[in-house]
Design a protein around this ligand. Structure first.
Ligand SMILES: [Zn+2]
Length: 715
């Protein structure tokens, strides 16, 4: 099977030469060089053979590092570079197998690590796997793999990482930038990075992903080193079965892939994998998600406010009437208990709640009350521990000492102490039934069309170590599977015209939710990588709209970005919005979205059109966390397509108050439309601007009026 087998046994080798040897793995236009050294092995080159560029920097980082523990609680970390007495490589046409055995630290005994790098030449990719077998008396705790330091890829190097919708930083080492986050969560939403230089021709980029079909918990790590102008990319996996003497195997494969393009091309690679293998990719029909009720798929605007019926009903009804389209209403504090306190005892509702729900839903408003899907108050009846210890405690997540994971937010008990909320384990029957009962009671007794279950796709898994729960201890995918069972059961029981949503956009729950609240998409430099992967697979809705001196511009930037990203627009207090000078801009964006809504639930995102020329930028304080300045182009652009219908739409939002003239060249091939008969026509919607007519395939100047939205359709 293998062309050659190299075995480096230190005692022999030192006697012969004192040096190691090299191995090469070629995959299409990607070439990887590995050096097998006397005490370890490392990747020494990762070359784009077309441009000749080595994508790795000189900064040395081990390909893996493994943390082990023994019964006495001692922790030891070993890595790929040194500390081994026996390192072997076996190489063939399309595979390289590296094995590390006989650790120099003798108490680690029979520890061995086996890494396989498989070339997938058609994709210029290397697929990695790793298996770690602990020695007697040891258990695998964490495995960082793979890890690399990517260097400058040309004049400017951009790095994409999956915070919120995806974010791009250019030459991040010049600012000492770093990012880390536990996946899956709203701030670490997908399992890939990309580093690329899109400016050169041909471009050169590295896609760095983990294609794990179960979405197991892991840390994503990115940090920069100014001296070596390099960015470290790594995944760190928390082993399942912590405490057991079993081998760790990477679920799925890690992927290093040479690509030429930008963040959109990297997202396209990830989308192709997700569609074919990820367990959370939903079934899609001609009209998008058949299991999401049509009203939710087609919704274009959201109100968000809280209080009793007397505080909210008229305001929200007026909002829907003003917009002239159906509206979703995220209703907070509909319950008598205070917010983030006495959870999960949401009933009774405030007086008149069910009647108010009926009234609203007769007036073009779909009501979606708030509940939390994760927390149980440790003092759950005012200041008293009514059921936390007696009922909830066995099902709360626990650390290795058996102590519950407790969180605090801003809420206070009546004595002024912070409300301490236990993180419930989603694998337990108690928590699954508790959430199930609340959701179905809200839908069946109160008549609400939707329920928002807070935190499920926002907060990362707790590494629960309670063996009585029956799940693997620590890492793995059991957290996702617990929520999948809970939500599958709710969906199985709920009526077809109802829906479920959750907070943020951690990906592996998509098939069990109809909507994801994208309120935290608030970052400077963000790009719609998540919509590029998941457009059409889940409805995205809502941004946190806030105040400040630049509130009107910030509103336009957020609403404009929501429009081109394909989100349902708003999640805003109607009175605050309508007090703004440019509230009509919001209304126009909603009405334009409503006119092209089919693209967002039955279609998919296409590459956003590029404007050529001097497009100014705008900057406003988005107030996400204190003062929070975000800069975007004055004219935001997006494109969506309906491949089976031979249609595409190009969307523009000039969020500045001045007209902007720029050139655009529309290539219909970018949208999968070919032939001489492609026509382009404006979308007419109330409040949308009428742009000058353009032709396909010709570079033309277009003026976008200030504070305007517009769209063209290609057929
Ligand atoms: Zn547990």
């Amino acid at each position: 099977m293998f062309k050659n087998v190299c075995v480096v046994i230190v005692s022999v080798l030192v006697a012969i030469s004192g040096v190691g040897h090299g191995d090469v793995l070629v995959s299409g236009e990607l070439r990887m060089d590995v050096e097998v050294m006397p005490e370890g092995a490392r990747v020494v080159g990762l070359r784009d053979t077309i441009t000749g560029r080595d994508m790795l920097s000189g900064r040395r980082l081990p390909l893996f590092s493994v943390t082990l523990r023994n019964g006495a609680g001692e922790s030891v970390t070993v890595d790929a570079e040194a500390g081994w007495s026996e390192v072997t490589s076996e190489s063939g046409d399309s595979e390289l197998i590296l094995t590390w055995k006989a650790p120099k630290e003798e108490r680690l005994g029979g520890l061995s690590v086996r890494v396989t790098a498989r070339a997938v030449a058609s994709e210029h990719a290397i697929h990695w796997s790793i298996e770690v077998a602990p020695g007697d008396g040891w258990t695998v705790w964490d495995v960082a793999f793979p890890q690399a330091a990517v260097g400058a890829l040309g004049e400017h190097t951009a790095v994409l990482f999956p915070r919120g919708p995806g974010e791009v930083q250019v030459d991040p080492w010049t600012r000492g930038f770093s990012f880390s986050g536990r996946y899956p969560s709203g701030w670490t939403s997908m399992q890939f990075f990309a580093a690329y230089n899109a400016g050169a021709s041909p471009g050169c980029g590295l896609y760095f992903g983990h294609h794990d079909p179960m979405g197991s918990v892991k840390e994503l790590l990115l940090d920069c080193d100014a001296d070596s102008r390099s960015v470290r990319l790594a995944f760190e996996h928390h082993a399942p079965d912590r405490g057991k003497a079993v081998a760790y195997r990477l679920p799925g494969v890690a992927v290093w892939r040479l690509f030429r393009g930008d963040w959109f091309d990297a997202a396209t690679v990830y989308r192709a994998w997700v569609k074919s293998e990820a367990r959370w990719w939903p079934r899609l029909g001609l009209d998008g998600r058949p299991d999401t009720t049509a009203w939710m798929r087609e919704l274009s605007a959201w109100a968000m406010t809280g209080g009793g019926p007397g505080d909210v009903v008229e305001e929200v009804k007026d909002f829907a009437q003003w917009l002239g389209v159906p509206v979703g209403f995220h209703w907070y504090s509909w319950h008598q208990i205070p917010f983030d306190n006495d959870y999960p005892h949401y009933f009774p509702a405030k007086d008149g709640f069910a009647e108010a729900v009926r009234d609203l839903q007769e007036h073009n408003v779909y009501v979606m009350p708030y509940i939390n899907g994760r927390l149980w108050d440790t003092r759950d009846k005012g200041g008293e521990d009514a059921e936390f210890s007696s009922v909830a405690r066995p099902a709360v997540t626990k650390d290795e000492n058996g102590e519950p994971f407790i969180e605090t937010y801003g809420s206070k008990e009546s004595d002024g102490a912070p409300v301490r909320l236990g993180v419930m384990c989603p694998s337990t029957a108690l928590w699954q039934k508790t959430v199930n009962d609340i959701v179905l009671r809200l839908q069946n007794e109160m008549g609400v069309k939707g329920v928002y279950i807070d935190q499920v796709a926002a907060a990362a898994p707790a590494l629960c170590m309670d063996a009585s729960h029956g799940h693997p201890l620590g890492g793995g995918a059991w957290w996702n599977e617990g929520y999948w069972r809970m939500l599958e059961s709710i969906r199985g029981e709920m009526r077809a015209d109802r829906m479920l949503t959750t907070e943020c956009n951690g990906e592996p729950f998509i098939h069990q939710f109809d909507g994801y609240l994208t309120w935290h998409w608030q970052y400077d430099g963000q790009v719609p990588a998540f919509p590029a992967v998941y457009g059409g697979a889940v409805q995205m809705f809502g941004r946190a709209y806030r105040g400040g001196d630049t509130v009107d511009l910030a509103m336009r930037m957020k609403a404009g970005q929501q429009l081109v990203y394909g989100e349902q627009i708003g999640w805003i207090g109607p009175s605050a919005l309508r007090a703004l000078p440019n509230a009509e801009f919001f209304r126009s964006a909603v009405r334009l979205r409503h006119a092209i809504r089919r693209y967002f639930h039955a279609g998919e995102m296409a590459r956003p059109p590029r404007l050529i020329g001097d497009v100014p930028s705008v900057k406003a304080d988005w107030q996400w966390s204190g003062e929070w300045w975000v800069t975007t182009a004055a004219v935001l652009t997006g494109a969506w397509r309906l491949p089976r219908e031979g249609r595409a739409v190009l969307i523009f939002a000039n969020v500045s108050d001045a007209p902007v003239t720029a050139e655009i060249e529309i290539n219909s091939n970018d949208f999968g439309l070919t032939g001489p008969n492609v026509v382009i026509e404006p979308i007419r919607a109330e409040g949308a601007a009428e742009l000058e007519p353009v032709s396909v395939g010709i570079r033309q100047a277009v003026t976008f009026p200030g504070v305007s939205v517009a769209a063209w359709e290609l057929r």
